[in-house]
Design a protein around this ligand. Structure first.
Ligand code: DOR
Ligand code: ZN
Length: 352
């Protein structure tokens, strides 16, 4: 009979990064930025502001606003993205990448989600941009859902892979693509079967909730996000991918703050705000799967590797003990924002 290893109660990780984050702007930015900067070294910043961050000049100005909102004594590097439209200029994109102003371009199919109306409808129109990105090695971050209203919302990711992603990758085999916030076994399998230039981010909440959390026993708007959580078998597939250590899967929280009044209405906004407690949630998930030693790969190593960046220098510690509590809401200049409730106690606290 083998001796079981002593349970891990302390874990030191390279400081993690968040490869998909919504910081918004103005008073909301002021309130949510410290929640991420407290634990994370860098984040890929989503460009779906109103109006969107389309050009290098927009990205540079937004980056300046983010750094201005960062409290004294905190260090954090925003990695900017450009919002892909049918009018995006390949030269502007290439210039932004070469000068280090933007790290990636974000593709929203028009109408797929919050502030995506300026996204892409006709994929032929963005072909020159994609070709240029492939040439210079600039990654494309993809919101992978079709927007066809006849396609069931729970099938939109799987259909996107077949109808949109496969053709894009066939035409641009050298384009580096991140399938963002994957929610299905289909997406996990697709990434596993395609070794070249393809990776996926996984959110914290999709490792924890399935669609029952949203809909069974009363509707829970704070669990509604896009892509919407799928059935339990898909959640299990995501956990397996995250804890596998496979270099193509890494953390992108998709922490997406909306005020409570905007969530709790007849037509509520999509988005889950998980920045404050994401690392405690992840430690709980990896601990439950007996995979704590793989958390650093998922949260701190695989992402920088894909983006061609070094891992962060500094480390953080996760320490297991009595349940840690996080506020149910944070207050912002725009109103209260509810923090993701994993539905179980969190035993891991973060020390930086
Ligand atoms: O739930 C979501 N919220 N999904 C997205 O794709 C966008 C995001 C947001 O900006 O609120
Ligand atoms: Zn997002």
């Amino acid at each position: 009979m083998g001796m079981k290893d002593a349970p891990i109660t302390e874990l030191t990780l390279r400081r993690p990064d968040d490869w998909h984050l919504h910081l918004r702007d103005g008073a909301m930015l002021d309130a949510v930025l410290p929640e991420t900067a407290r634990h994370f070294g860098r984040a890929i910043i989503m460009p779906n502001l109103v109006p969107p961050v389309v050009t290098a000049a927009h990205a540079e100005a937004y980056r300046t606003r983010i750094l201005a909102a960062l409290p004294e004594g905190m260090t954090f590097e925003p990695l900017m993205t450009l919002y892909l439209t049918e009018d995006t200029d390949p030269d502007d994109v290439a210039m932004a990448f070469e000068r280090g102003i933007a790290k990636a371009v974000k593709l929203y199919p028009a109408g797929a989600t919050t502030n995506s109306t300026s996204g892409v409808t006709n994929f032929d129109k963005v072909r020159p941009v994609l070709a240029r990105m492939a040439e210079i090695g600039m990654p494309l971050c993809v919101h992978g859902e079709v927007t066809d209203s006849t396609i069931d919302i729970f099938d939109r990711e799987a259909v996107f892979i077949d109808k949109i992603l496969k053709p894009i990758r066939k035409k641009n085999p050298d384009l580096k693509i991140v399938m963002e916030h994957v929610t299905t076994q289909d997406a996990v399998d697709y990434v596993r079967d395609n070794h070249k230039n393809l990776a996926a981010t996984i959110t914290t909440h999709h490792l924890i909730i399935n669609r029952n959390h949203i809909l069974a026993g009363g509707i829970k708007p704070h669990y509604y996000c896009l892509p919407v959580a799928k059935r339990e078998a898909h959640r299990v597939a995501l956990v397996e991918a995250a804890i596998s250590g496979d270099k193509r899967f890494f953390l992108g929280t998709d922490s997406a703050p909306h005020t409570d009044p905007n969530k709790l209405q007849t037509c509520g906004c999509a988005g889950i705000f998980s920045a404050p407690n994401t690392l405690s949630c992840l430690a709980e998930v990896f601990d439950a799967a007996d995979a704590l030693t793989k958390l650093e790969a998922f949260a701190s190593l695989n992402g920088p590797r894909f983006y061609g960046l070094p891992p962060n220098e500094y480390t953080i510690q996760l320490i297991k003990g009595e349940p840690v509590s996080y506020p149910a809401q944070i207050s912002t200049g725009e109103g209260p924002v509810t923090v993701f409730d994993p539905g179980f106690p969190l035993h891991w606290r973060v020390e930086t």
